[in-house]
Write a protein that binds this ligand. Structure first.
Ligand SMILES: Cc1cc2nc3c(=O)[nH]c(=O)nc-3n(C[C@H](O)[C@H](O)[C@H](O)COP(=O)(O)O)c2cc1C
Length: 326
């Protein structure tokens, strides 16, 4: 897992990469996960239309720090023309990402009804045209393009296996696969036989996503599929130590609460730098439960922490929590 691999000419220093997660994969979170050892990070998905219409918040989604590299920006949109123009915009910014990723897997209704995300799996010709347009635009800056797929629209679909070779043909240089159908959202289990089929069908690297949450099962996916790397997502939300365990190949017990809290406080400090004390406290709410519940912290305590309106109060309460249990 510690061996480097390449996507195009971009060197990824190891085989554990952070999956894109809307609402979570901000620059602060990506830097935090980078410090935990992931070899590559991807931004939250960014709307190609939002970029085209100069939406400021969308622009914020594109910012990243140099210590995140290699970093991929993920775009979503339905139109080859708009996606091509958005890609052109991204690679003309002063700070060019190492990779561009195209979202062909988002199952959310709001996205799919515009024809973007996983809806592209239902129109293979358009999906290929979108990929080709992004490849053409990114190619001008020498930025490799990747695509993230789901297996298909409905359970049993293997659309990804037919589509991916066509994406490779138009210049896509790696494919991420979350082998669940869009209609399944996150239910059931990921079918990594599809990942293995993609590996057989492609020459470019395949990144395996889906249920990468335990060391043994994840390493079994890595071995059985021949994937170039594992993408960590929900498995690291509240358990960033999974990255180190995957890299070393050894599962480890959850660290003591004092270490869990120390990690949360470090993340909080990064989020404060990014968005200020009030927005940071709000942003941290979801993560408090994911971090603290598995460490046995009472639900009422977590609720209290979640109610704090300011990062300074939250940080002090976290310090107190660590002291109480020391
Ligand atoms: C909260 C959340 C947000 C996500 N946002 C994105 C996204 O913006 N783009 C994307 O390609 N996948 C997104 N995903 C899917 C993940 O990248 C990953 O493929 C999926 O969670 C399966 O991995 P897991 O079972 O290990 O969580 C998201 C998943 C979650 C849980």
């Amino acid at each position: 897992m510690r061996r480097a691999f390449c996507i195009g000419e971009v060197i990824i220093p190891n085989r554990v990469v952070l999956a894109p997660m809307a609402g979570l994969s901000t620059s602060a979170y990506r830097r935090h996960m980078k410090a935990h050892g992931v070899g590559m990070v991807t931004t939250e998905m960014v709307s190609a239309y939002g970029l085209m219409f100069g939406n400021v918040r969308t622009g914020e989604y594109l910012d990243f720090a140099d210590d995140e590299r290699p970093v991929a920006v993920q775009l979503f949109g339905d139109s080859p023309e708009v996606m091509g123009r958005a890609a052109e915009g991204v690679v003309s910014r002063p700070c060019i990402p190492d990779l561009l990723d195209v979202n062909m897997g988002c199952p959310v209704r709001k996205v799919m009804k515009t024809g973007a995300g996983a809806a592209l799996l239902g129109d293979a010709d358009k999906a290929v045209a979108v990929a080709a347009a992004v490849v053409a635009a990114a190619g001008q800056a020498g930025v490799p393009v990747t695509v993230k797929l789901r297996s298909g629209l409905r359970p049993g679909d293997r659309i990804a296996v037919d589509l991916a070779p066509r994406l490779q043909e138009v210049g896509v240089q790696a494919v991420g696969i979350h082998p669940r159908a869009a209609s399944e959202y996150y239910r059931g289990t990921a079918d990594h036989d599809i990942t293995a089929a993609l590996v057989r069908a492609l020459d470019v690297p395949v990144l395996a996503s889906g249920d990468i949450s335990g060391v043994e099962s994840a390493l079994a996916v890595f071995e059985a599929t021949g994937a170039a790397a594992l993408m960590v997502a929900r498995g690291v939300a509240g358990n960033p130590w999974l990255v180190g365990a995957l890299l070393s190949g050894r599962s480890a017990a959850r660290p003591p609460l004092s270490e869990v809290v120390a990690d949360l406080r470090l993340l909080l400090a990064r989020v404060v730098d990014e968005r200020g004390p009030e927005r940071a406290a709000r942003w941290m709410r979801k993560l408090l439960g994911w971090y603290l519940r598995p460490s046995g912290v009472a639900a009422t305590k977590i609720e209290h922490l979640r109610s704090l309106p300011d990062a300074r109060l939250l940080d002090a309460a976290l310090a107190e929590l660590a002291a109480e249990t020391a």
